[in-house]
Structure formats: C-alpha cells, structure tokens
Design a protein around this ligand. Structure first.
Ligand code: RUB
Length: 329
C-alpha cells in the first residue's frame, strides 16, 4: 500500500492534481488514515495533536468543496471517546475506510438513480468534470439508452477535456463546445446534469464557475436541471448562517502574467465556483434518493445527522467572494 502522506496530498489538492469534490474528500480521508497508521508518538494526547494538525492542513487546501471538511470531520470523529493510543488509531482508520467505502457506494447509487431521469433519445448537457454527473450519463448509456452529450470546455482550467475523454472512452456521442455557446445549443438539449461542490441549507448549489449561467439558460428554455451530489456535499454550517467560501484562483490561469503586466488598468478576476439558486434546480439526486432543493435541510439533519453543537465544531469558513451570491435568498 502506497502511503499518501498528508503534505503530499495537501499539495496535490492545492495544485488540482487531485480535484473534484468527491475525489478530494476521499483523498483527504486516505491521507488521514495513512498518517494515523504511520504516526510514531508516545501517547494519546500527542496522537490527537498531530492528527488535528494534519486535519487542519488538509482543510486549508481549497475552501469551497464542503466534502473536504465534512470528510475530515467524519474521519476525525473516530478519535472521540478513544481510551488509549492504539484504540484511537484503529478508530480513526476504521472511520476513514468507512468513509471511502460509503463514498464509492454513493457514487454508484447516484449513477443508477440519476440514469433513470435520462430517457432514450435524450440529449444531455454537462458542465465541468463531475464523476457523479458523468456516472449518471454513463449508466444511462450502459443500460442501452441512445443518448448524446454536449460538454463545455470549462475555462480557465479546461476540465471539459477530461469530461470528453471519459465520454469518448465510454463510446458516447459527444459535442464539445466553448462555455459561451451554451445558449446557442440549449434548444437541442433535453436535460442538464452537473455535480456540486456544496449544497447550502436553502438548496443553492455551489459548483464550477459558469454553472449558474448554464442553469439560468436552461430555466429560460424550460430544460430540466439535475444536480448529482452525495450527501456529504451538503454544508452543515450553512444552518448556522455561514456562507460557502468561493475560491478565487491566481489571475495567470486566465491571462498570462506577461500580458497582464502590460495592462496596468486591468484586474483579472478568477472565481473558481458560483452559486446557482434553488429555483433554477429541478432535482438534487443523492444516494439517499432524489430531492427537490428545498429539502436540503432534511439531508443535513437526517443524513449527516449532526446536532448544532457539532456544526459549530466544524472548521470555520472565513472568507467570501463578493456578496452571498444567492446562498441565502
Ligand atoms: C470541480 C467541480 C465539480 C464538482 C463535483 O471543480 O466543480 O463539478 O467538484 O465533482 P474543480 P464530483 O475542478 O475546481 O475541483 O462529482 O467529481 O465530486
């Protein structure tokens, strides 16, 4: 077994070598598990201190995907009530393995549930690169439905390139379009399916920048918009009034620094995510079933199962890009 040490995993998440909310969450759980297994400390307080430091390092890597602090919280709960060092170590390892396992099952379940919303002959539009959204599309194709996909490019990091490779490898007929072409093709589309980095208590969905434009365009054209999201992408701290931090990435992802230097009056803005309000979303497909966005509160209470005290213990979110962008509307 290759040990994924915490700083190495943290660096890969930061640089986006590991990306996508579900993969980030599983990688963090793996890193904590491997760290716990390899840690040589003398007693339980030292183990706890070292694990908390590692958890903090992972959570600080990228601010938007709530699956990351949720996964870390679930794994670290393995320390609760531990009576000795070895007991704490095995508790944490089993929580980490349990999370990774249930995450993989959730992705498979959502693929099956989501595929049922895709009919024979449907044209689907997807934005960014979501393993759960793609899971639904590939499952529909596997079960024999004749489908076609429009996939966006996803500036500036081109996650659409990963999406079209996956669709191509699955043998699915795919049209690759620039982000700004969505409105030109929306009347050819029957259903939009995207993933999520976070779902707030009011059912707003935070996902790759441009998702809200796609959703707005779909609503205008009366095309259904489905979000595929595991329950650990729902954001508990939004119940106590916190907003999801929208990551703003380096300007040179958008404009080369050499050009930017010649344009002193120009500021490049590069938010990586945006917020789609619940009224543009028809359904959120989770492993616990499909829900209207207005039921997000129930998922947070029932499926994450955490009380208010626990929400308050979760790592704090400390910076928000712009206004609340519809998270509380
Ligand atoms: C990825 C992105 C994805 C969600 C869901 O952004 O916005 O749509 O994370 O993905 P980035 P998944 O590339 O900046 O990480 O369904 O794979 O968890």
């Amino acid at each position: 077994m290759k040990l994924m040490f915490v700083p190495e995993t943290a660096e890969k998440i930061k640089s986006m070598e590991i990306r996508g909310a579900g993969r980030i969450a599983r990688a963090a759980a793996e890193a904590l598990r491997d760290h716990a297994l390899s840690l040589k400390v003398k007693d339980l307080p030292a183990f706890r201190e070292e694990m908390e430091r590692a958890a903090g390092l992972l959570v600080a890597t990228r601010p938007t995907a709530v699956s990351l602090p949720n996964a870390v919280h679930i794994v670290m709960a393995g320390l609760g009530g531990a009576t000795g060092l070895e007991n704490a170590r095995s508790g944490l390892v089993s929580r980490a393995d349990g999370f990774i396992d249930s995450s993989r099952h959730a992705v498979e379940k959502i693929a099956r549930f989501g595929a049922r919303h895709i009919r024979d002959g449907d044209v689907i539009l997807t934005h960014c690169n979501s393993e759960v959204a793609l899971g639904c599309i590939i499952e529909a194709h596997r079960s024999g439905r004749e489908i076609e996909v429009f996939a966006t490019e996803v500036r500036p990091r081109n996650q659409g390139h990963i999406t079209i490779r996956t669709l191509n490898d699955a043998g699915i007929k795919t049209n690759f379009i620039v982000d700004s072409a969505v409105r030109s093709f929306i009347h050819d589309v029957d259903i939009v399916i995207v993933g999520a980095d976070a779902v707030t208590v009011n059912g707003a969905v935070v996902n790759k920048i441009g998702t809200s434009q796609v959703a707005h365009t779909a609503a205008e054209a009366r095309v259904n918009m489905i979000v595929a999201a595991e329950t650990y992408k729902f954001a508990p701290r939004t119940i106590i009034g916190e907003l999801i931090t929208i990551e703003e990435r380096p300007p040179d992802e958008v404009l080369p620094a050499a050009i930017a230097r010649t344009l002193p009056c120009v500021t490049v803005r590069n938010p990586a995510f945006d917020v789609t309000p619940p009224e543009y979303i028809d359904l959120i497909v989770t492993e616990a079933g499909a829900i209207p966005p207005q039921m997000a509160y129930v998922i947070i209470r029932e499926y994450l199962g955490w009380g208010i005290e626990e929400f308050q213990k979760l790592p704090a979110i400390n910076h928000t890009f712009g206004q609340d962008n519809g998270q509380t509307e």
